[in-house]
Ligand binder design. Structure first.
Ligand code: E4P
Length: 271
């Protein structure tokens, strides 16, 4: 994943944090394992993770069967869409998801008060070691995320729409920050540009929080988020499968198969 950075930024960062296993630390070391001077191209050594954004077990299994799935995100609307009602049913459903996918599964709290967020988050985190507690970007959410970070519970800060919110999430020790790309685009701003901005800020500030691009609406969003420096992209199954598609692939394959069939027929005719 190439990065082009400002000369001064590169200079400062190299002084502070030279590349290589000995001198690297934090996010910078993840992002900067090859530097080819003088073009200042940075290679990101992390591989952008693919999460599926759904509560639907059949879709989760289908994405998992592709072999490229690294995790799952859910939210109360997605759970409601599956008709999962009541605390026990919700807990069981998260457990069922964790049994399909060996990766992080975001489970969102419904509380908005710090003490209640903490209580709810503790219950969610106890379901399975892969559960990441999803907390909204509100004042009590920030306080709760700090508490979770101090107590070894991983969090995903959700409903993020600005760089300022992303800075707060990182300062609070969130494991993931979820900028909502599609909803930003819907409001006539550029969602992918926000990913770029957060990626730049996190890199120069050395924040460890991973950027989880959410509210993905198309395969192109996934590609653009990869270019912009997202650590994770969470998408509906349709957008993931959309990455497969190209008309020239279909046309090319049809021709290859047709030519092979003719060749086989010719061979059969000769005998
Ligand atoms: C993921 O964590 C978010 O809850 C989700 O991507 C929101 O997507 P939407 O804007 O399509 O509802």
């Amino acid at each position: 994943m190439p990065y082009i950075c400002g000369r001064q930024v590169l200079h400062d960062q190299l002084l502070l944090n030279p590349p290589g296993p000995e001198g690297s630390k934090g996010r910078w070391s993840q992002r900067c394992d090859v530097i080819s001077l003088p073009f200042f191209y940075f290679y990101n050594s992390t591989d952008m993770k693919f999460f599926i954004d759904t509560g639907n077990l059949a879709q989760i299994r289908e994405a998992h069967d592709l072999g490229i799935l690294n995790g799952v995100t859910t939210n109360p609307s997605l759970m409601a869409k599956e008709g999962i009602k009541g605390e026990d049913a919700v807990m069981q459903h998260y457990l069922a998801i964790c049994e399909v996918v060996d990766g992080d599964v975001s489970a969102e709290v419904l509380s908005t008060n710090m003490d209640e967020i903490i209580e709810e988050g503790k219950k969610l985190a106890a379901i399975h070691p892969n559960i990441v507690v999803k907390v909204p970007m509100i004042k009590d959410g920030v306080k709760a995320m700090k508490w979770f970070a101090d107590n070894g519970i991983r969090t995903n800060c959700t409903l993020v729409f600005s760089a300022g919110q992303a800075i707060l999430a990182a300062k609070a020790g969130a494991s993931y920050v979820s900028p909502f790309i599609g909803r930003i685009d819907d409001s006539n701003w550029d969602g992918v540009q926000l990913i770029e901005q957060i990626s730049h800020i996190y890199t120069i500030q050395g924040y460890e929080t991973e950027i989880l691009a959410a509210s993905i609406r198309s395969p192109l969003h996934i590609v653009k988020c990869a270019e912009a420096g997202a650590d994770v992209v969470t998408s509906p199954l349709e957008s993931i499968l959309g990455l497969l598609k190209h008309p020239l692939t279909d046309i090319g394959l049809a021709k290859f198969l047709d030519d092979a069939k003719k060749m086989r027929a010719e061979l059969a005719g000769v005998k």
